[in-house]
Design a protein around this ligand. Sequence first.
Ligand SMILES: *Cc1c(COP(=O)(O)O)cnc(C)c1O
Length: 397
Amino acid sequence: MLEKKINASAEVTVLEDGKSENWTVQPSYAAQHCKNFIRDIVDNLNLQPNPEKPVIALSLGDPCVYGNLSPAPEVVQAVADVLVGGRSNGYFPSVGQECARQAVAEYLSVDGAQISPSDVILCSGCSSALEHAITVLACGKKGHNILIPRPGFPIYRTLAEAIGVGVRYYNLLPEQNWEVDLFHLESQIDHNTAALVINNPSNPCGSVWSEAHLRAVMSVARRRRIPVIADEIYERLVFPGESFISVAALEAGVPTLICGGLAKRFLVPGWRLGWIVVHDETSALHDIRSALVRLTQRTIGSCTLIQAALPAILQQTPITFHSNLAKTLQRHAQLAYECLKKAKGLTPYMPQGAMYMVVEVDMSGFPMFSGGLELAGRMMEEESVFCLPGEVRVPLV
Ligand SMILES: *Cc1c(COP(=O)(O)O)cnc(C)c1O
């Protein structure tokens, strides 16, 4: 029993034994273990740009920042119509409205992939899809780990460690177009490995895997009986002449949760609309399906305005919008590549898709800097150009 005493300045709670207690509330385990590794390093650098030069932030994965890339007018109109129509202000089913799931299934059922509406679960962005996927496959089983690519998108680690799931890195090979080092991948698998995360096309490599390589990766997963989480947020966002193969088209016999969304290919990351496609040729994911439905009930689904506009967004965006975006990104990548190639000590890797480029720095050509982190810091301070240092992507552990 607590008894309250009022004193002149404040209300103090006094415990039964008479000791007053300063009440500080501790963040939970999950909150304490939630870290954004890029932000941590970048914020710690505390970099000031050169005030004489405008900042060029090459560190952002947001295509909307500079205003030169906008969503298709058809897409904007679709959301405006839904908003004015006033019929999508209530709750939808937590897995998403049927016609929206149907639209996603049709949109993704191309190039050999066959997806049905019941395979689709809508989420608040691809990040939330990834969180559900990692949670449903790995969370709460003591000692479990997931395998994630290096270099790779840092959110996989952020999401996993926040819920007590360990991560193990498998290497990508720059000299082989960032294909997976299959031997290294195998060496990282243990009996606690609950999922393999793959990301094709890749952030940050901009690589697009061949069908043969995708099959090779999936066959490791199949042999070792490890379900796959395929982050396909850059599906079909590949440069002219390149082709994207979804794991949904492979029939690789591996239970897979495919995560995707509108953010990048439709240039609307802030709209927070993503999805999970349960790709289950071997009927191994029966329980996972219902578990995913339960997980979506925690936040009661994704934004209903965007869901209601989804059929129009996915069907009415002109093909030329997508092809122009791919051409523009290729042109930008080519320009950056040609410039960087000429710089002594820099080796840019020309991407085939997505919106990123990795540049290798031969530090022997930059003896005045102690490492990539210092180089990135000095680029910001002298030229106001901000790149993410490799230490962010490739932890030295
Ligand atoms: C941008 C990005 C995401 C996140 O997408 P949202 O829909 O904005 O949550 C997921 N994976 C990768 C690899 C990304 O680059």
